[in-house]
Design a protein around this ligand. Sequence first.
Ligand SMILES: Nc1ncnc2c1ncn2[C@@H]1O[C@H](COP(=O)(O)OP(=O)(O)OP(=O)(O)O)[C@@H](O)[C@H]1O
Ligand SMILES: [Mg+2]
Length: 363
Amino acid sequence: MSKIMLTNITKIYGEPKKKGLLPEGTRAVDDISLEIPDKSFTVLVGPSGCGKTTLLRMIAGLETITLGNITIGDVDVTHLEPGDRGIAMVFQTYALYPHLTVWKNIEFGLKNARIPDYEINKRIKNVLKLVNLEQYANRRPANLSGGQRQRVALARAISKEPEVFLMDEPLSNLDAKLRSTMRTEIIQMHKNLNTTFVYVTHDQIEAMTMGDHIVVMNEGLVIQTGTPTEIHDEPNCVFVAKFIGDPGMNIIKLGSNKHIGFRPRNIQFLSDDLVVGKDDVVIEARIVAVENHGSEKLYFINFGKDHIYIKDAEKEMKEMGSVAKILIRKRDIYAFDENEARIYDEAEVNNIYDEFRIMEVKL
Ligand SMILES: Nc1ncnc2c1ncn2[C@@H]1O[C@H](COP(=O)(O)OP(=O)(O)OP(=O)(O)O)[C@@H](O)[C@H]1O
Ligand SMILES: [Mg+2]
C-alpha cells in the first residue's frame, strides 16, 4: 500500500521572526489536502512558480513542511528522513556523478543502503536491461546522450525498488522527439513496476498523455483533480479550461462579466453542408493569422475585444485577413460566472448563452 495523503500542507519559505511564529516569506504551497491513489500515475501540473516542485520535495522529505502532515501507506512520514520514506526521486538535471561510470552511478546509492553485493549486482543488471542500457555500463555520463543520461537516472531510481517514484520534469532537457519516446518508456515503466508515480510538469500535453490522475495547481493551490478526460471535458473554472487543451478553451467575457467558453476544435467555419439549428450561433469574424499543422489548420481570429482559436481539419486553407462565418453549437458551450467558476445550473447556462447570442461582434 503506497497511497499518499497530504493533509493541510502549507509551505512558507523563510525563517520565522520568533520561534513558534510562521515565517513571513513566500507562501509557495497553501493549505493543500490531496489523496494520491496507490499505484496511480499522478501528475502535478500547473504554470511556473505554482508550487509543484515545493510540494514534491516535501513528499520526498527534501524540504521542511511548515504546516500539515503527510502519510505514505499507513506511515506518517512528516518528520522522517528522505531515506526512510520508501521513495526515489528523479530530477530534471539527472544529478549523475560525472566521474563514475553508469554502473557505479547506480551502485553508489545501493551500497549506501547496505544491500549485499550479490543482490546489488543482480539489481543493476536488471535495471540496465529495463532501460536498454546494458551496453553502456562502463561509460561515463559525459559520453552519453541526454536521453541515455536520463535513463541512467531512471535506472538508478528503479534499482532502489521504492514504493513511490517522484519525478520533477525529468524530460524537459530533452529534444521534442526524444521526449515523446521517453514519455512512452515511462508509461511502460509504470505498468511494469506497478507502483505509485508522482510526476511534475508544466506541460499540459505531457500531463494529459501520461497521467491517469491529474492535479491542476495554480498559485500554491490545487484547482482541480480528476482523470485527463474529466479535467478536459468538465473543467471547474476558467483557469483549468484555458490551461488544458492545445490550445486551451476560447473564453469570451460578456457584458454581465460572466464568461462563455468553447473549445477550438468544437467550432466550425460555416459551409454549405452544415445545417444551422435554431439554437446555434453564427458569427462573422476576421481571420488574423493561420498556422498550417499539416492535418489541421489553426486559425487565430478577432472576436470583438477577445481573440479565439479555431482548429479546422479542412484541406483548403482560408486566407489571412478574410472574414469568415463561424458556427457555434449550444451543446459545445461552457458557462462561467463573474469569478470565473463554472456554472452547472442549466437555467443559468441558458441565460448566459442567450446573452452571448445577442452579443454584437464588431469586425
Ligand atoms: N528556496 C526557496 N526560497 C524562497 N522561495 C522559494 C524557494 N523555492 C521556491 N520558492 C518560491 O516558491 C514558489 C513555488 O516555487 P516552485 O519551485 O515550487 O514552483 P514550480 O511550480 O515548481 O515552478 P517551475 O514550473 O518553474 O519549476 C515560487 O514563487 C518560488 O519563487
Ligand atoms: Mg519546479
